[in-house]
Design a protein around this ligand. Structure first.
Ligand code: LHQ
Length: 257
């Protein structure tokens, strides 16, 4: 069985991290396969990407038995060839990426989830900046993402203490969007993915882009960027369909064009 499972259904690219006996921790093969499947998700027919983990965890980050093996990939390789290309691909994908966090997300596993556009979690899931516990620093974009989600102080404490945060606390502090009870999680996550896949995909892609530009922009530059991308959105078929459907008092049928 492949260490990352990939399937396309209902315009959704389902990516499942699949080393459940190791809590879906990343070895090189899994990191490269995830990149490959993120690239597969560039296809136009895919209008939402859904990332989850097999078994009881989402991902425990780097497989620590791999880094200690005699033929271990060096740290330069692990970041530049594994985690950096993964999180960059997620950020650059021109469609919504939903992280459906089904269990513990630790280390790079947590930060890969947190760089997704929408993060939802099952009630029994948890998030852990595990790096400090083994003498490392947070990577996979975590030092960029986390303070912007929860504020500097909480990010700093979470990263230094490495404490496990429950899904409910993560939601409360703005780290993730929503928590669902375990028994309804799959159903609710799928419902959200289907909703996203039926939305105006280009409009969502432009929303993602403009949001990311806000990280470095002044207010004045940001409203100029909104102007540019709003004009692009206004040229999509889905915009025309959205307005027509509203005026005709019928549900809109968006095609991602
Ligand atoms: C694991 C792992 C794991 C191997 C659970 N590896 N087997 C970047 C640069 C270069 C190098 C290093 O890494 C990085 C990025 C990073 O991600 S650094 C952070 C690496 N991750 C961690 O330090 C987390 C280590 N894991 C844990 O602290 C716990 O397993 C957590 C809190 C995630 C979950 O605890 P439990 O729910 O109690 O599960 P468990 O500990 O019993 O784990 C289940 C199994 O999975 C177990 O195997 P076993 O054969 O005993 O059943 C663990 O050994 C294995 N596992 N994480 N990262």
């Amino acid at each position: 069985m492949a260490s990352v499972h990939f399937e396309v259904k209902d315009h959704i690219g389902f990516i499942t991290l699949n080393r459940p006996e190791k809590l879906n921790s990343f070895n090189r093969e899994m990191a490269l396969l995830l990149q490959q499947h993120l690239d597969d998700c560039k296809k136009k027919e895919i209008r939402c990407v859904y990332i989850t983990g097999a078994g009881k965890g989402f991902s425990a980050g780097q497989d620590l038995s791999e880094v200690t093996a005699p033929d271990a990939p060096g740290f330069n390789v692990i970041l530049s060839e594994h985690y950096n290309p993964i999180v960059t691909r997620i950020k650059r994908l021109e469609k919504p990426v939903l992280a459906a966090v089904n269990g513990v997300a630790a280390g790079a596993g947590a930060n890969i989830a947190l760089c997704c556009d929408i993060v939802i979690a099952t009630q029994s899931a948890s998030f852990m900046q595990a790096f400090s516990k083994i003498g490392l620093i947070p990577d996979s974009g975590g030092t960029h993402t986390l303070p912007r989600l929860v504020g500097w102080q909480k990010a700093s404490a979470l990263m230094m203490l490495g404490e496990k945060v429950t899904a409910t606390d993560a939601e409360r502090m703005g780290m993730i969007y929503k928590v669902f009870p375990d028994e309804h999680f799959d159903e609710e996550a799928l419902k959200m993915a289907k909703t996203l896949a039926g939305m105006p995909t280009l409009g969502l892609a432009y929303t993602k882009k403009v949001l990311s530009l806000s990280v470095n922009n002044t207010f004045e530059d940001q409203v100029l960027d909104e102007d540019v991308f709003q004009q692009r959105a206004a040229q999509t078929k889905d915009y025309r369909e959205g307005v027509a459907a509203f005026l005709e008092k019928r549900p809109a049928v968006f095609k991602g064009e």
